[in-house]
Each structure stands twice: as C-alpha cells, then as structure tokens.
Ligand binder design. Structure first.
Ligand code: HBI
Length: 369
C-alpha cells in the first residue's frame, strides 16, 4: 500500500495540549504516531498555540468554537465571527490537492456539511461523540448518506445513537501509545480509587464520590476542571468522602499517577463514544469499573479487566469495588497491548482511509469532471 498524504483537522474548541479537546487530543496524537509509523505523511490543522504532536501543525488563527458536549437536542449551531473552524476548513479546501485524504476529528457542523463539496480530495470524519443535538444528527447523517464510506465512529453504542447509521458506519476503536504507560503489578497502599476525565456533568463524578463515601476508600480525581459547579455539587453531596483533586496532567505524568489505583471508576451519564481513560487505566494495570453504557462497555471485559454495572446503579458500583481482588492487573495491560495500541488503531484507520480514497476516486471524482 503506497504512502498516503493525510491531513488531520483537529477539534476547534482549544489548542492541542490545553485539554479542552478531551479524548480527541489523545486520539489525534495516537493517529499521528501510528500513521507516521506506517510510512504515511501526516499534517495537522489546529487552533493557534497548539503543541506540536510530532508532525507539521498548521497553527490556525481564529475564535475558538464553543463546545458541543453541553448541547441540548434543540441547540443551534454557532458560527462565531472570525471562527477558527471556518479558517481550518478554508485552509483544507485551498490545500486539498496536496493530500490524498482529509480526516476530520471536529464534532462540528461545518466540516460535516462540507463533505460533498470536497471534490478533489475526500473529506472523512471520525465522529468523537454520540448524538447530542438535532442539527448535528442531521448533518452527520447527511454526510454519511452522501458519502457512505466517509463517516466512522468509535463504538457500536455510539453508532446506535444515530438510528439511520447504526448498521452501516465502520467502527474504529481508538488506541494509545502503550509503551508510554508503565505497568503497576500491584496497587499502591493505602488502597484508593481513581476518576479520570473532564470535570463536567456528563461524566458522573457525583456517583463515583458516592462510591468513595460508601466504601471508605479515598478517591483521587484527575482531569480538566471544566465545570467547578459539578465538582462542588459532588463534594457537597458526600462530605464524608475522602476526595482529592490531582489536577489535569499530561500523559506521562498522568500514567505515573494513576498506576497505583486499585480501580478506576467510570460513571458516564451520557453515551461515552469510546472512553480513552479506560484504556489508559488498563495500560497501567488498573482495572475499570464502569456503567454498562457507551464505549467503556465495549472495552471492559466483565470479570476480567474490570466490572460492568447497570447504568446509574451506585450500589452495583459499590459491590464491584468489593470484588476488585478477583481481577488480574496483567490481563488489563495485555488487552490494551493486543487491541488498543497505536499500531492497532493506525491499522484500522489505514484500512478505512484506503476505502474512502478508493470510493472517492471511483465514484465521486467523475462528478467534478
Ligand atoms: N465541541 N464544538 C465542539 N467540537 C469538538 O470537536 C468537540 C467539542 N466538545 C468536546 C470534544 N470535541 C472532545 O472533548 C471530544 O473528545 C469529546
């Protein structure tokens, strides 16, 4: 397979390295490393002041896009003045002939709407979240209808939230640079639980704090303090819980910090598209206890690399914490090495992009002739 020239459009909500982009930043970094490792030439379009991710990053000026993850069903799309997203799309349009494929990671209306307008080079989308609003559903389903191969998702649970696409979109599980994560064969003493993720309503922090209160185990929390009210409410609801905020750490520091946890607990209130934090925890040997909701339910092997609990069943989470010693920390690491490495991710994406390019050349390029 010949080397491809790939342009990746990053999330417009914040510069790479800020954490505002959440899991997409990690996915982008893994894609750059993995695809470059397969001999492809990768360039990145991202908001200005983005950190370099091991390849050419086109720093784009403009107003950051408001986040979509707090959208409601009827939330309209916002196009800010002098928007960075529009500038990134314009750069991609003007330079498309220098690439074989453009891979968009932004969960935003504009790049999805422009899908059929890219006639020379195909514009493909790895959708990073489940359904959020009617407008975004419409534009995602329209892109997939007009370019059936160009829209992919991270989990079947995520795809299932888009009824017209659930059985047609390719599912591409994410991956991480496993070698950056050190395996901790045993949990640190005193035993403690971990929560990793943006401090935001949809992540279910309050449920995890309730588990810490009920079990008496200390809870360490890592992640961007995106919504202070979410934090305050969780702590206020369980003043007896021992909870410490450990900050938002870059990957190398995060992996060193989380490796001592007895388990990481995920209590998503929304359909988590994938759940990068689950594979990060498992890469350090830490098992994951999660609601059977969204991507984590397709990552955790119940009873082997963690436990899956009925959604919103806090007592179920508490019971699972009592069974942690049944789990094998080495098994957690091995599953990430086998299924969720950047090599595995890059192979999945490479195969998908080959199909996107082939379909474009055989069916759509004639349209522009
Ligand atoms: N909001 N508008 C917008 N665009 C994104 O790409 C986006 C977002 N909110 C969150 C987000 N991406 C990432 O945290 C995903 O990994 C969830």
């Amino acid at each position: 397979m010949s080397p491809k020239r790939i342009l990746i459009i990053s999330t417009p909500v914040g510069p790479l390295g800020s954490g505002e982009g959440g899991g997409v930043e990690l996915t982008l970094h893994s894609l750059v490393l993995g695809l470059t490792g397969r001999g492809h030439h990768v360039e990145v379009l991202a908001p200005e002041r983005s950190l370099h991710v091991g390849t050419v990053v086109h720093q784009t000026h403009g107003t950051l896009q408001p986040t979509a993850h707090t959208a409601h069903r009827d939330t309209p799309v916002i196009i800010p003045p002098d928007g960075v997203l529009a500038a990134m799309c314009e750069w991609a349009r003007a330079n498309q002939e220098h690439f074989d494929v453009i891979l968009n990671l932004a969960y935003d209306w504009l790049p999805l709407y422009l899908t059929p307008y890219f006639a020379i080079t195909p514009l493909a989308h790895l959708v990073s979240m489940a359904t959020l609003s009617e407008t975004m559903d419409d534009v995602i389903e329209r892109a997939a209808a007009l370019r059936p191969r160009n829209v992919a998702m991270h989990s079947q649970a995520q795809a299932d939230t888009f009824p017209t696409l659930a059985h047609s979109v390719p599912i591409i599980a994410s991956g991480i640079a496993v070698e950056r994560y050190d395996l901790h064969i045993t949990a640190d003493e005193p035993r403690h639980l971990g929560f990793i993720g943006r401090i935001s309503p949809e992540k279910g922090l309050a449920d995890v704090v309730a588990v810490a209160a009920a079990t008496g185990l200390p809870l360490k929390v890592w992640g961007l303090m995106q919504d202070q009210a979410t934090w305050d409410a969780a702590i206020a609801a369980h003043p007896e819980a021992q909870v410490s905020y450990e900050g938002f750490l870059p990957t190398d520091d995060l992996q060193a910090a989380i490796g001592g946890c007895a388990a990481v607990v995920m209590a998503p209130k929304w359909v988590e598209a994938f759940g990068n934090v689950a594979i990060e925890a498992m890469a350090t040997g830490v098992p994951v206890i999660a609601y059977r909701r969204g991507g984590p339910a397709e990552i955790v092997v119940d009873g082997e690399t963690g436990f899956l609990v009925e959604p919103d069943d806090i007592d179920g989470l508490i019971a699972a914490v009592g069974r942690i010693d049944e789990l094998d920390r080495v098994e957690c690491r091995q599953r990430v090495e086998e299924e969720y490495s950047i090599e595995a991710l890059a192979a999945r994406v490479d195969r998908w992009l080959d199909v996107v390019i082939e379909c474009h050349r055989s069916s759509w390029s004639s349209e522009s002739a």
